[in-house]
Ligand binder design. Sequence first.
Ligand code: IMP
Ligand code: MG
Length: 181
Amino acid sequence: MSTNLPAYVPPGTMDVLFTKEQIAERVKALGKQISEDYKDQSIVLIGVLKGAAIFLADLARAIEVDNTFDFVAVSSYGRARVSSGAVKLIKDIDNPIEGRHVIIVEDILDTGLTLNYLRDLMLQHKPASLKIATCLDKHERRLVPIQADYVCFKIPDRFVIGYGMDYAERYRGVEDIRIMP
Ligand code: IMP
Ligand code: MG
């Protein structure tokens, strides 16, 4: 593994886009909405590693209906800030989802390539229903037509870190969502 990392920018010097309080409020609201939409049903949350891990952890605790969770991993941007366009599955789901109500949980919906690929892949498993929850939606950057059913925040075309989101694997543990300069 290369240790040739880009220079470290302290997250405290970056502008805050959303505070941890603002994030918590939106995640609670999404959890409430999902609990109403799936009243008396049982759902499977499928988190996209690694970016969605923190959002999923908070969302699962804000959902009041019966739920389980699983994770998939796809090839990421690595250190580049733009997608290569190619998406590859690195880790599949552990448990079958046929006949289940599934919500894919993602950190950012950007070009849409990742979620478009995952949605098609999950549909092959014949779930009873399939929806998408994303913490952030960079709606201006879409290359394929795909929309999320649950969104915490729509954002402009800026590169952000924190709340699970990284730049070169750093900053995932930053509590606020901040703009990478
Ligand atoms: P898409 O396939 O272009 O929609 O890519 C979405 C993925 O790109 C997300 O799951 C993120 O991992 C990554 N990504 C896109 N924009 C950002 C950003 O601003 N910060 C960190 N990761 C990002
Ligand atoms: Mg991601």
